[in-house]
Design a protein around this ligand. Structure first.
Ligand SMILES: Nc1ncnc2c1ncn2[C@@H]1O[C@H](COP(=O)(O)OP(=O)(O)OP(=O)(O)O)[C@@H](O)[C@H]1O
Ligand SMILES: O=C(O)C1=C[C@@H](O)[C@@H](O)[C@H](O)C1
Length: 284
């Protein structure tokens, strides 16, 4: 029993670590998952780009998906392998993309085509079970699954708003990695008044301005330099630290992003162009 699916990476509008309200937008970077089910009794995971990666998230996603979408006689056990364009633990929602792709691939192996939000909430449950998230990251997971930009309540896993957006995007991804589970939640709580302002802007469809305020507040709270965002500000509509870092994402017009690319190319790491995606995850 074989299944295959892809889900999207995403950038941040509002980090949910302060207040539980978060917002993210899907980008054109994909994670693919292939699931084979058998009756071996155990699930083993593999990450194509990193043989030493922690595979508990994708293994838990298969277990939960079999429980939910399999019938009583469904085989329990198998393998899952991800292949990803989304760099791991770089702030671009690699965990959400891997979880969404895996849940859909496991459902596909069982012959099911589940409701996308139900599948998304299952991946969030898996992320909570294995401890790779602080709030569950339903903001990131919903953007990755549905496409577009979402604003969510991560305490209740409800979508507060979703919009389709067509933005050009510039991403700077330094070589370092930052795991969400290690983020300084107390420092994030200190910037809650700023997070509330960002939520108001996002719910008023002022996503780009929301991003920029978010970036200043969370760079400070999480100990990242605001300099890459500050040097981009005159040239773009919005720019922010993404997730718990270290990547920085900017949205704007072509010529402004070209100018920022020149500036960010001076930095170590990788600067790359992409676009938003409104189509979300899919079974293939
Ligand atoms: N391609 C992948 N395949 C399997 N598991 C993955 C993959 N990418 C991420 N993960 C899991 O997610 C964990 C990293 O989660 P983390 O939330 O720190 O990163 P992120 O989602 O990229 O960051 P952020 O939430 O700041 O955007 C990894 O340790 C691994 O367990
Ligand atoms: O682990 C989490 O709960 C989160 C991690 C980051 O991606 C944040 O951007 C997101 O809002 C919540």
């Amino acid at each position: 029993m074989h299944g295959h699916a892809v889900a999207l990476g995403a950038g941040t509008v509002l980090n949910a670590l302060s207040t539980g309200t978060g917002s993210a937008f899907a980008i054109d970077a994909e994670t693919a998952a292939t699931v084979e089910l058998d009756d071996s009794g155990t699930v083993t995971g593999e990450v194509a780009e990193d043989v030493d990666a922690d595979t508990r998230l994708i293994e838990r996603c298969v277990e939960l998906a079999v429980e939910r979408y399999g019938d009583d006689g469904a085989p329990f056990g198998g393998s899952v392998r991800t292949e990803s364009d989304v760099p791991m633990a770089a702030g671009l929602k690699s965990s959400s993309a891997a979880a969404n792709a895996t849940v859909l691939a496991a459902a596909d192996a069982l012959g099911a085509d589940p409701d996308r939000l139900d599948a998304c909430r299952l991946g969030v449950r898996a992320a909570r079970d294995v401890g790779v998230t602080v709030t569950g990251a339903f903001d990131d997971a919903s953007a990755s699954m549905l496409g577009g930009v979402t604003v969510t309540d991560n305490d209740t896993d409800e979508v507060l708003a979703r919009d389709e957006v067509t933005w050009d995007v510039l991403v700077w991804t330094p070589d370092e990695r930052a795991y969400s589970a290690d983020a300084d939640v107390e420092q994030c709580a200190n910037v809650a008044p700023m997070a509330e302002l960002v939520a108001d802007l996002a719910l008023d469809d002022r996503y780009a301005e929301a991003m920029t305020v978010n970036g200043l507040a969370f760079s400070a709270a999480l100990g990242f330099s605001p300099r890459p965002a500050v040097e981009a500000m005159p040239h773009v509509a919005g720019v922010s630290l993404s997730g718990t870092g270290p990547s920085v994402v900017a949205v704007g017009d072509d010529s402004g992003l070209d100018r920022v690319q020149e500036l960010w190319d001076e930095r170590s790491g990788r600067t790359w162009r992409t676009t938003t995606r409104n189509d979300g995850a899919r079974i293939q």
